[in-house]
Design a protein around this ligand. Structure first.
Ligand SMILES: Nc1ncnc2c1ncn2[C@@H]1O[C@H](COP(=O)(O)OP(=O)(O)OP(=O)(O)O)[C@@H](O)[C@H]1O
Ligand SMILES: [Mg+2]
Length: 192
């Protein structure tokens, strides 16, 4: 099973993936986690380019769109391992939510694997800004508002669960477990 976590910056993806992995392993499942961008050659290049002062310019953004698509193409084979639950921190759906133009991003990611379950951690933009220090500009808030709206539209095309990420860590975690359990045949009463 391929489970993808999505959500704006600071939504709690890394925190919640860690907690879900632990819980699934305690329930006897084998779990592998992935993060995009990956640590491949292309992923390293992406991180480097993200540091450029002109990273937000149109042409660098387009370059990043190409590289993100290439980076995820390099890990495609891993995603078909049926002996494990694969949990990914971001996916092509991040490209669709963050980058433009939509038609082009869609073409670049035509062969990207679709999630069996997409978990959207839906967080208020103001909370995102306060959880990720140092980026609290008006432009950033406006940008993230757009990304959040994009996410809410895009998820409708996939098997998905929207989780309210504004709650405390443990409440979010138990909401995620409840959402995932039916897909894995875990009894709902066993969830704490
Ligand atoms: N439910 C929560 N309530 C309050 N703080 C939280 C919650 N979940 C995570 N945090 C804190 O918010 C910050 C961002 O969380 P985390 O790194 O898990 O988010 P993320 O979605 O992976 O972010 P990024 O997109 O930047 O990788 C961390 O400092 C984390 O401890
Ligand atoms: Mg993270």
């Amino acid at each position: 099973m391929y489970i993808v976590f999505e959500g704006i910056d600071g939504a709690g993806k890394s925190t919640q993936i860690r907690m879900l992995k632990e819980w699934l392993e305690a329930n006897g499942f084998r779990v592998e986690t992935l993060v995009e961008p990956t640590d491949s050659e292309v992923g390293k290049l992406i991180r480097k380019i993200l540091q450029r002062p002109d990273a937000q310019s149109d042409n660098v953004q387009r370059t990043l769109g190409l590289l993100f698509a290439a980076d995820r193409m390099l890990i495609m084979d891993k995603l078909d391992d049926e002996s494990k639950i694969i949990i990914s921190d971001r996916s092509f759906i991040s490209s669709m939510a963050y980058q433009e133009p939509a038609e082009w991003i869609e073409v670049l990611n035509r062969y990207a694997k679709k999630p069996d379950l997409l978990i959207l951690l839906d967080l208020d933009v103001k909370k995102s800004v306060s959880r990720t220090s140092g980026k609290d500009t008006f432009e950033n808030e406006q940008f993230l508002t757009g990304v959040k709206e994009n996410y809410l539209k895009i998820v409708k095309n996939y098997e998905h669960q929207i989780i309210d990420a504004n709650n405390g860590v443990n409440k979010v975690s138990s909401d995620i477990k409840k959402a995932v359990a039916p897909y894995l045949g875990i009894c709902p009463d066993c969830i704490m």
